[in-house]
Design a protein around this ligand. Sequence first.
Ligand code: ADP
Ligand code: AMP
Length: 234
Amino acid sequence: MADRCHVVLIGPQGSGKGTQAARIAPRLRLVHVATGDLFRQLMTRDDELAREVRSYYDRGALVPDELTLRVLLQRLDELERESAEAFRGALLDGYPRNRAQAEALDQVLRERRDSIAAVVHLAVPRAVLIERLSGRLICPQCGATYHIRFSPPKTAGQCDRCGSALIQRSDDTPEAIARRLETYEQQTAPLLDYYRARGLVVDIDGNQPIDAVTEAILAALEPRVGDPSRCRSS
Ligand code: ADP
Ligand code: AMP
């Protein structure tokens, strides 16, 4: 039976979850699982499900909980099937985003005898978030994230990792950004209290250079993720 230790990343859009997850997941031997990335991949298909997801995604609205959970579970099952031994845990980026999702995650982890080792909270002021989101570029092929000023690719417009042409996300428009930040404040930020009551939250100042944020997260997480007593389900 599985007994894995997962880490949850919580922070507003633009706080650097994806950027940091790509750096810390290999260091902690976790697999980066981002529901936003799963949806972006799903939307490359030409079918009814892809169109349904897009109808929420492009407006900056949350995809319904049931569908989101299904997509997440599919990915976790796939990781267990393909690399059961090597899969020590997920670094969850973008899930959970509301109370119902947090409760669903608890239930799923209980059934699998997995647990949450820590919840990393990345705090960044709103004005900085808007500046970051307006200049974000992503690679549609491999998912790498850049910023036109703060983290530019070596060659303008081209992914360092796979050479594909970089694009702006369809939900990084002023209207969708405003909506997503509002949803974060109303539905996601309250989850910090839910996890704080269980002693799981690690607060990180996300308004520092990218390397400094990575070091702060690793310093806080290494003792927790490496400690098996924290990783057993009760
Ligand atoms: P999230 O996944 O939380 O939405 P991203 O990781 O996509 O955030 O980061 C949003 C944008 O901000 C990207 O363009 C990224 O390159 C940039 N960025 C991330 N972290 C920092 C940082 N510490 N300083 C400056 N820019 C950053
Ligand atoms: P992200 O890449 O995390 O900013 O997510 C991009 C978009 O994907 C969100 O604005 C939602 O439309 C959708 N999405 C990602 N994660 C979730 C989630 N946990 N619940 C509902 N919708 C989600």
